[in-house]
Design a protein around this ligand. Structure first.
Ligand code: DGL
Length: 299
């Protein structure tokens, strides 16, 4: 930047400064780190939003597996295979330096295996925010909204059991699977979103009327946070994970060595979808104000 300013203030030196910079570009300039962000569909955009705020100067490649969404009602094996396939593609074609699995369901089913298969790739996962919720709750009564797959996974059960055991006060977690809700958000089907939100919040309240904290355990749900908050009532705190995941990603990137290859293009994230690319571009515009087009994930 100093060089740029000098060139700006001394017009006679512009050409020379440019030539100098181009040479530097291939040798000494630091390459932007590329982070892959992956979800079953548009939900991971809620994580991308936090990542863009936390890590300006990072290149993001967002992969939505919308042709296979929702993952929440698929088998663990299916989700694991899709996660593996998309990770391989992001590595081979897009040269990612790190991966954010911006999907609770894929994290729950696939992250252990993924880390085994890619020991050289830093991978950040997303888990329902049970621990922050336990810290925030006044009375220890916590509701968790997530997909059936996430809530049925051994990983999330183990997380709950660890917290209950370690807590000095009793903790009561009520798990509420929200079949169809991620799919309705994916399609931007507003009447279904409203119906399902009403139904699941009601079921949660019936399960435990004392709940004062609700975890949004699916990355699609922050996009319907207003509806959920209105249904839960003003005394209930909603907790999501986007900001915590973005901070963790920053820590992980800081441990990576700076590379000296030629630079990649900075700017807006690259958006890729296995479903209709326009639907992803529209969601990114609607929720993140990103005016970029999207491309097919696979040829
Ligand atoms: N957004 C995902 C999650 O966080 C998956 C939703 C789905 O595809 O069912 O769990």
């Amino acid at each position: 930047r100093r060089r740029h300013q000098r060139a700006h203030h001394r017009p006679g030196r512009v050409a020379e400064a440019h030539r100098h910079r181009r040479v530097q570009g291939h040798r000494g300039r630091r390459r932007l780190k590329t982070v892959g962000v992956f979800d079953s569909g548009v939900g991971g955009l809620s994580v991308l939003r936090a990542l863009l705020a936390e890590l300006p100067g990072t290149r993001f490649v967002y992969a939505a597996d919308s042709a296979y969404a929702p993952y929440g009602e698929r088998t663990a094996q299916d989700v694991s295979q899709r996660t593996e396939r998309i990770t391989a593609l992001l590595r081979e074609r897009h040269g990612i330096d790190a991966l954010v699995v911006a999907c609770n369901t894929a994290t729950a089913h696939a992250i252990n295996e993924l880390r085994q298969h890619h020991p050289d790739l830093p991978i950040v996962g997303v888990e329902p925010a049970l621990k922050p919720a336990a810290a925030l709750s006044r009375n220890g009564h916590i509701g968790v909204l997530a997909t059936r797959g996430t809530l049925g996974s051994a990983r999330v059960a183990a997380l709950r059991d660890r917290l209950v055991e370690a807590s000095p006060r009793p903790l009561h977690f009520s798990f509420q699977p929200c079949d169809g809700l991620a799919g309705a958000i994916e399609r931007h089907d507003l009447p279904t979103i409203q119906n399902l939100s009403e139904r699941y919040v009601q079921e949660l309240q019936q399960a435990d009327a004392a709940i004062d904290t609700v975890v949004l355990g699916c990355t699609h749900y922050p996009f319907v946070q207003d509806q959920l908050a209105a249904l839960c009532g003003a005394d209930v705190t909603l907790v999501d994970t986007g900001v915590a995941v973005a901070r963790r990603t920053r820590e992980v990137l800081a441990t990576l060595p700076a590379t000296s290859q030629s630079n990649t293009v900075n700017g807006a994230p690259l958006l890729l979808s296995s479903g209709p690319p326009e639907a992803l571009a529209q969601a990114a515009q609607r929720w993140l104000g990103l005016g970029v087009s999207a491309s097919p994930l696979f040829d």
